[in-house]
Design a protein around this ligand. Structure first.
Ligand code: SF4
Length: 371
């Protein structure tokens, strides 16, 4: 398959591994792959097994399900159980643990009308088919999933729908990267030595490579945007090693087959038309991050579930013993958590990082990677 098989070629992977081994110096290199898609690829294809021991990969917070805080899942459950809404969301979201040992899946078992959808448009169609129901789309994810949500809000307005709204939990990648770079673990204590980032693939097709230029310049951290195939990731690691060796901190684009400097301007304009920045938003693991998420603009307020229903947000601590917060900040590794693979498994996730295949804990558990 074009653009897939050629980026999974074993012989080329060995060549790249040899190049990395040849070019690393006598120092350590720590690179964070921001995106859960890369975390999954690294575990699935055993990329770390091909790296020299002094090159370490650190998982970042770029898994949309993982960073969703308990309080936001509680709001979705409240919509279904207390306000009688039909709650639609993407599949993995229904398994994210919430307060009181609940999840959307368990709330469904308690009688909540909770539906898994493949796209935002499915939720809109459901609202059209059932004018007697209040349908709420629980919208999560980074810049990749935001434009489709903007489209359905605009369509709902054009159709004059009175029974459709969105619980908006869309978050922004650059703010999360800032938060990590400003965190005490990186800036003060050096607990997380960070020499550079592998930039997200899908997100960057929308926002382009330009937003990362700030991090490269301001924090002196190289960024290489990479595709999701194993050779993409290995090539990005080689490019990062070269930048570190040459004392460069630039934004480079390995994923030129899909990412440009400016990204998808049409999608960006659409998002800007429907959404504006939230003053702050809680992320699991990162806490309250200023201007790191989107809310629905006043012009589309009729479709904002937070205004349509009497909902209040309550911050809730993670399950005792769950290390998701530290895993998402790159401070701990999945297998450092005492619950990993014993109490917490993909079938019975205690924390959000074990829910989605993009979660660091689920990826390591699934592919048996313990380094
Ligand atoms: Fe959280 Fe489970 Fe991962 Fe531990 S193993 S950090 S409980 S998701």
């Amino acid at each position: 398959m074009k653009y897939v098989d050629e980026f999974r070629d074993g012989a080329l992977a060995k060549n790249l591994a040899a190049s990395i081994a040849r070019e690393v110096c006598e120092r350590s290199y720590s690179f964070m792959e921001f995106c859960g898609g890369h975390t999954h690829a690294i575990s699935r294809y055993g990329v770390t097994d091909l790296l020299p021991p002094n090159v370490r990969m650190i998982h970042g917070p770029g898994c949309p399900v993982c960073v969703l805080p308990i309080g936001r899942v509680d709001m979705a459950i409240e919509l279904a159980l207390e306000h009688g809404a039909t709650l639609c969301t993407y599949a993995d979201t229904v398994r994210v643990p919430a307060s009181d040992n609940l999840s959307l899946q368990k709330a469904k078992a308690r009688g909540g009308d909770i539906r898994m959808v493949y796209s935002a448009i499915d939720a809109l169609a459901l609202a059209q088919q059932h004018p007697e129901k209040q349908v709420v789309f629980f919208a999560i994810g980074f810049e990749t999933t935001t434009p489709p949500t903007a489209v359905v809000i605009k369509q709902a307005k054009a159709l004059g729908l009175k029974n459709f709204s969105v619980l908006c939990c869309h978050v922004l990648t650059p703010s999360a990267i800032s938060s990590i770079l400003e965190s005490p673990e990186v800036r003060q204590y050096g607990t997380v030595p960070l020499d550079g980032f592998i930039g997200p693939a899908h997100v960057s097709t929308v926002i382009g490579s330009r937003p990362y230029e700030f991090f490269a310049e301001e924090y002196r951290k190289p960024v290489v945007i990479a595709g999701f195939e194993p050779l993409d990731v290995m090539q990005a690691i080689l490019m990062l090693v070269r930048q570190v060796n040459e004392n460069r901190a630039e934004v480079e684009n390995e994923f030129t087959r899909a990412v440009t400097r400016d990204g998808n301007l049409k999608a960006q304009n659409l998002v800007a038309e429907v959404f504006e920045l939230r003053r702050e938003f809680e992320w699991r693991g990162l806490g309250l991050v200023p201007y790191s998420a989107l809310k629905i603009r006043r012009e589309f307020a009729d479709f904002d579930a937070e205004l349509r229903f009497p909902l209040t947000y309550r911050a809730v601590a993670d399950n005792k013993g769950c290390e998701c917060g530290a895993v998402l900040r790159g401070v701990r590794r999945p297998w450092d958590c005492k619950l990993f693979g014993t109490v917490c498994t993909p079938e019975n996730p205690v924390g959000s990082c074990m829910v989605s295949s993009e979660g660091a804990c689920a990826a390591h558990y699934t592919y048996g990677r313990f380094k």
